[in-house]
Design a protein around this ligand. Structure first.
Ligand code: SF4
Length: 291
């Protein structure tokens, strides 16, 4: 089900900085259907808990962004428009909100961050290029496995991993800032050396910038959904997972071992993890922007 809604405000600040501290969500819920999706919790305040099928579309997002990015207090911080739900998920093919969103960023010459698992973003490459000529655009992809059979099980409605990497290369070539999130690395499913090495190798070969790698977290409802998925597809792994995930994070031993392997690949391919925000964060604006 897709349901159009209108939001009252769109920009929101959070302490956890990766590419930026400012997010704007165009959609709530996500049809990419990733079995490990951490964002499922965000539906608990809505009239449904079906994060993957009940998708709320903020149809007035472009107008709100135009207004809020134009406030005199706004300091032109980069804004991530895929904060909690992928803004190029299947619903975007129907609603075509992102071209209007990007036009608002062009009008306000504001830096933009897009994190996606979909090559649908290529539809808007000309607009993104236009914005990148006047304000930095960062494109971030996240990937888990290059094994298509596994990818189809784990992220059934996202684009094939190699297509995401090729898409990112196109954005790098037109001058956008690019970064790979190798996450989640899924114990005993996508943590084999061949997969790890190949993702790092392609990131280097395509000159995609920084790469960050983390193992799977399983918290709240995500754990239940993921364990159901394991039961159907990898039932033999359930006993191991119960040992690894006594808490939401993977065991310390697994984590330390994985980070050693990741560091060895960083050294091998001379890839860094640093993703620097384009602008310093102005916390004061958080207090004054919506007054
Ligand atoms: S693309 Fe992101 S938000 Fe969408 S289902 Fe996958 S992990 Fe969740």
């Amino acid at each position: 089900m897709f349901k159009e809604t209108t939001a009252k405000t769109i920009l929101y600040y959070h302490e956890q900085q990766f590419a930026t501290n400012w997010d704007a969500n165009i959609y709530r819920g996500c049809g990419h259907n990733c079995k490990y999706c951490f964002a499922q919790y965000s539906h608990k305040y809505l009239e449904t808990t079906d994060f993957f099928n009940d998708i709320f579309v903020k149809s007035n997002a472009p107008e709100l962004l135009y207004k809020e990015l134009g406030k005199k207090e706004w300091d032109k911080s980069p804004v991530n428009v895929c904060g909690i739900s992928d803004c190029y998920q299947p619903a975007e093919a129907e609603y075509e909100i992102m071209p209007k969103v990007i036009k608002s960023f062009i009008a306000k010459r504001n830096p933009l961050v897009i994190g996606t698992k979909s090559i649908l973003i290529l539809r808007d490459i000309d607009l993104i290029k236009e914005l990148n000529n006047i304000a930095e655009v960062s494109i971030i992809i996240s990937v888990s496995t290059l094994d298509e059979a596994k990818r189809k099980l784990i992220e059934p409605d996202a684009s094939p991993t190699i297509e995401r990497l090729k898409m990112l290369k196109r954005f790098k070539e037109i001058g956008c800032k690019t970064s790979v999130l190798f996450m989640p690395i899924i114990p005993y499913i996508s943590d084999d050396q061949e997969n790890l090495d190949e993702v790092f190798r392609i990131t280097k070969e395509f000159n995609l910038g920084s790469i960050n790698a983390w193992s799977l977290h399983l918290r709240g409802n995500t754990k239940k959904v993921f364990y159901d998925f394991l039961e159907t597809n990898f039932a033999n792994l359930l006993p191991e997972y119960r040992k690894l995930y006594k808490k939401g994070n993977v065991s310390k031993e697994y984590s330390i071992n994985l980070q050693k392997r990741v560091k060895a690949l960083r050294d091998k391919y001379q890839l860094h993890s640093v993703y620097k925000s384009t602008r310093p964060v102005n916390k004061e604006i958080q207090l004054s922007l919506f007054n």
